[in-house]
Write a protein that binds this ligand. Sequence first.
Ligand code: XIL
Length: 314
Amino acid sequence: LAENPLLTDSRYRALAGSQFSMLTPENAFKPQFLHPRRGVYDFRDADLLVRFARANDMKVHAHTLVWHEALPNWMRENDDPEEVRRTMLRHIATVAGHFKGKVAEWDVVNEPMSDDEKSYTNGNLGLRSEQSPWYEAMGEDYIDEAFRAAHRADPKAQLFLNEYGVEEEGERWDALYDLIKRLKERGVPIDGVGFQNHEYTPGDRTAPETFRSHVQDLAELGIQARVSEMDVPIGEDEKDGRQTQADEMAGKLRVCLEEPNCTSFSTWGFTDRYGSTADTKIYPPRTADSLPWDTDLRPKRAYERLLEALRAAP
Ligand code: XIL
């Protein structure tokens, strides 16, 4: 973290007014690390990040309370629905309670939409079902319950639902939008939607104007939006890859700056040195070209374009 150019680069610091910047923990707030055994919590890494953020005048966007991944084994072992529900509610109450007043925002539910096409036609309304112990136990109601519990534990925190693959048009976005509408109709305390914006392959590049229309659709529902986990891995032989990467990132940032209900923009990591898209299945691991700073912490074209977009902000 001491190497983070966000904190050492004077050009960026000049832009960073009080609490202008926001830190998202990549892994430290996930249940597998925070809650390794039933009732046993380890907040050390997460607390360290919160202190680091405070010392550097950054807000914290905490990630994540309820997900089907990054679960400790014990959380998957019980399948008594009432017990699963109690586990989820206790986890939320304890974790969001611990960070009450210390984090600005929470990803309450992460990746609730299904990857399986049939979930969009078989009555599941596009929700991830069998992979998620939470859905298995409670159906869609797990989402309502999770947001209500997070709100009880930390009434001032802004509460988000975070999802990938919803920047473009299609049934996945439609189903997510319908879900948000249902949640609002039921009075669920949800404040915003995070668009992850992982663009792992050339086929994943997305149009900023489509993203804008989704942000605007959410505004009509009284819902905020944010770019939560952007990275644009480019192929070694991808022609003009760095330029594409820069355009993709700056395009989304520009939309976010222009739309009043878009509240933040975050990349998933900042330097390829520690990027999560590195190929770790080979030895030595091959780092990817995905983020605004390269493996030697040198800013790339994407960094320059992001900076230009910030400077041109309305
Ligand atoms: C990833 C982390 O970056 C990796 O270090 C970890 O091994 C797996 O999880 N969507 C999310 C993030 O919401 O939590 C994921 O983070 C990336 C995809």
